[in-house]
Each structure stands twice: as C-alpha cells, then as structure tokens.
Design a protein. Sequence first.
Length: 156
Amino acid sequence: MAKKKSWREKLADTRDLPKIVEINEKMSKKWGTGTCLIPAPYEVDEIMKKVPKGKIITINEIRMILAKKHNASISCPITTGIFSWIAAHAAEEAASEGVKNITPYWRTLKTGGILNPKYPGGTESIKKKLEAEGHKIIKKGKNYIVENYEKTLVKI
C-alpha cells in the first residue's frame, strides 16, 4: 500500500500544472468564454504568503492575480479553493513540527470576507488569529466575516 502524502508533499505536487484550457460549452454557462487557468498548488501558496499582518485577501483576488499572470480569462474557482486549503494544512503541518515562518492562511478569506471553516482549527481558530492581528470579526447569518474587509484587502 502506498504511503499517504503529507500536506507539504501535496502542495509541492505540480500535477503538470499550471495549465490553461479553453472554456467549453458546459463551462461557458457559468464562466463565459475564453480560457481558464488551472493553477499549480504552489502558485496559490506563493500569493497567500505575500499577505502581511493586518491585511487580508480573498480567493477571488487570488484567482484574478493568477489569471492575469497567465493571460487567462479566469482562474478555476474550484482548484484555487482546494489549493488554498492544501496550503493551509501544509502550513499547520509545518507549524506542528516547529517551523515558525508559515503561510498565513488565516488571512485568506472566502468571497464576501467570510472566514473559511475548512481551514485547520475551523472558524474559531481563524477568528482568534485574525482578531490578534487587529481585525474585527462579526457574525453574519451562519458565517463569520471580517468587518469592512474591503478596507484591508492587500494589493499584490
């Protein structure tokens, strides 16, 4: 039986990515026409690493940065989200082994400034980390969001 890959191994696995594909007829109903970037996991992580303390970024901003970098119409929302999740778990894996300088994944939010409950430690852990950096977290419906998150978006 094959040994299960660590989170950091998953992050390093490029899977022949990045790759640009034409937006097909099925995809065009949701995404329009043009090309779609399927980024490499490390590209998502590299952007997440650039977010300084006191600032945040959303998955959509990461997608826009990646699409522009590769001259694609869009970046795939599904793989970009999955790779941010892998980056978050790889960071926590490194932290559990004593690494101090990890990807600040808690600064990467979902659309609308929503904290990502699928990141390590869940919403409570993310909330504490963001509050420690000066952000105010409010409950909106069933979600937690960074209040006025638009004002703290990083420019990369």
